[in-house]
Design a protein around this ligand. Structure first.
Ligand code: SAM
Ligand code: SF4
Ligand code: F3S
Length: 459
């Protein structure tokens, strides 16, 4: 390991007050977004200020994902780009965190020797000490824990929130499912639920800061609470979060078809603040493929759950994830996935080509599908879904939807979401941010709706 004196952090030249700044780049899913908020909160507590411009930062952290090979390449690509900044400013501290680090371990340092700091998903709370070591000049600092320390409850970390209106709250960490394609249980560890009192305390804090909507997060939120004493479940937790004043919308993600019970569906339907949007990843529409994926449900069971959701909440939007080209997927098996998509008419589908992940069982299956076939299947699935989403959204034109305004739009106006999680753009200024408005939908594409305030907006 290299050990040298750190040079001039925050050294911006004579006369400038050196408030040291940090920039965090987040790749991957909502878990990583939330983890980045915790890293930012810790850095602010240490006296650093956030900056949107990496060229202006004294500390840059890249929070990585490894769910597919593409994500891994993006992480290494970004670290390559950041090397130029490091050359220009040798005092810059460049750190990498997240799921890729858990997966790659010391290999990250072999491939990116110009890193100063490497830490994993289970030791984010150690960032202040690790950063102090890096600043003392003994770099690279490397600390990646195998798993969270089970003997101690997860420390509640400060957070610098990425949105003033929507807050993300982790309710369960890790995953016990071990789907045969998925790296997540290996990098995020086993399921650990956050006690309900701690969740409610975080939601209260968000409400006190002016946040209007919370999303309860986990890889499999439906199994929330099975590991707690006394046991608890998501329906109970939703009820408790519902009581928090100031919060007007509650979402939760991700659900697992095997664990989404009728009781949970009834609970969501009965709670006015719980939004009518269920994200229920199906992954494939063929029973043989689902079995090889270890998903533990059949297509018929999945369809029955969708029917139950629609019976309880006829207006609900339903979104899903689908992998094409899982090992052994024949043309006929893929056709069954297309049929499911056509029948269910999802509001949105996150589609991906199967990507073998080292260490997962499916990566060793002999009947891998050629890339060309995966690409063709992805295109036809995406085409079908684009048409369906366009048709579903078209039906909303002329209706009035309740929109929570979240932020300024990139091309002017503002942007918000319906209760069913559809993005709506409308005219207006930043005074609308955080308001819930009745909005008439005037135009609809496959991904975004255009609306206008349906009632005069009171000052
Ligand atoms: N826990 C969620 C569930 O049960 O579906 C999903 C979590 S995973 C981080 C998000 C999505 O990534 C999955 O739903 C799956 O579609 C996709 N995914 C995971 N591993 C993959 C792989 N090896 N290749 C392609 N897509 C993958
Ligand atoms: Fe991965 Fe399956 Fe766990 Fe989702 S449920 S995180 S797909 S192992
Ligand atoms: Fe990626 Fe880790 Fe999320 S692998 S999808 S950032 S849990």
């Amino acid at each position: 390991m290299l050990c040298s004196a750190a040079e001039g952090i925050g050294d911006r030249g004579a006369g400038e007050t050196a408030v040291e700044r940090f920039h965090i780049i987040t790749q991957g899913c909502q878990m990583n977004v939330r983890d980045s908020e915790a890293m930012a909160g810790l850095l602010v507590q240490l006296g650093y200020a956030p900056t949107d411009d990496p060229a202006d930062a004294d500390i840059i952290l890249l929070n990585t994902c490894t769910v597919r090979e593409g994500a891994e390449e993006r992480a290494y690509g970004r670290l390559g780009e950041l090397r130029a900044l490091k050359r220009r400013r040798p005092g810059l501290i460049l750190g990498v965190a997240g799921c890729l680090v858990q997966q790659e371990r010391e290999r990250v340092l072999e491939r990116v020797p110009w890193l100063d700091l490497v830490f994993g998903v289970h030791n984010i709370h150690r960032l202040p000490e690790l950063l102090a070591q890096a600043r003392d000049g003994c770099v690279p600092v490397y600390e990646v824990w195998d798993r969270a320390d089970r003997d101690r409850p997860l420390p509640a970390l400060p957070a610098l929130r990425s949105s003033a209106v929507r807050g993300f709250v982790n309710i369960i960490h890790g995953c016990n499912k071990f789907c045969t394609f998925c790296i997540v249980p290996y990098v995020r560890g086993r399921e650990r639920s956050v006690p309900p009192d701690a969740v409610v305390a975080e939601v209260r804090q968000l409400a006190a800061q002016g946040c209007r909507e919370v999303t309860l997060l986990g890889q499999n939120v439906d199994s929330y609470g099975h590991d707690l004493v006394p046991r608890c479940d998501l329906a109970h937790l939703l009820g408790r979060v519902h009581d928090v004043e100031g919060i007007v919308r509650i979402r939760f993600t991700t659900s697992h078809p095997r664990d989404m019970t009728r009781a949970l569906i009834r609970a969501v339907a009965a709670l006015p603040k719980a939004c009518e949007h269920i994200h229920l990843p199906v992954q494939a529409g063929d029973d043989g493929i689902l079995k090889r994926m270890h998903r533990a449900y059949t297509v018929a069971q999945y369809r029955a759950t969708i029917d139950a959701i629609r019976e309880a909440m006829p207006e609900a939007s339903i979104t899903t994830d689908i992998i094409v080209g899982f090992p052994g997927e024949t043309d006929e098996a893929f056709e069954r996935t297309l049929r499911l998509v056509e029948d269910v008419r999802f509001d949105a589908v996150n589609t991906a080509m199967y990507s073998p992940r080292t260490g997962t069982p499916a990566a060793t299956y002999p009947d891998q599908v050629p890339d060309e076939t995966k690409r063709r299947r992805l295109q036809s699935l995406n085409r079908m879904q684009e048409r369906i989403a366009g048709e579903l959204n078209q039906r909303l034109v002329g209706t009035v939807q309740e929109v929570l305004v979240e932020e300024a739009g990139r091309k002017g106006g503002v942007l918000g979401r319906t209760r069913t999680n559809k993005v709506v753009t409308l005219d207006g200024g930043s005074e609308l941010i955080g308001r819930v408005l009745p909005v008439e939908i005037v135009q609809a594409g496959s991904w975004v709706l255009r609306g206008r305030a349906a009632a005069p907006v009171p000052a």
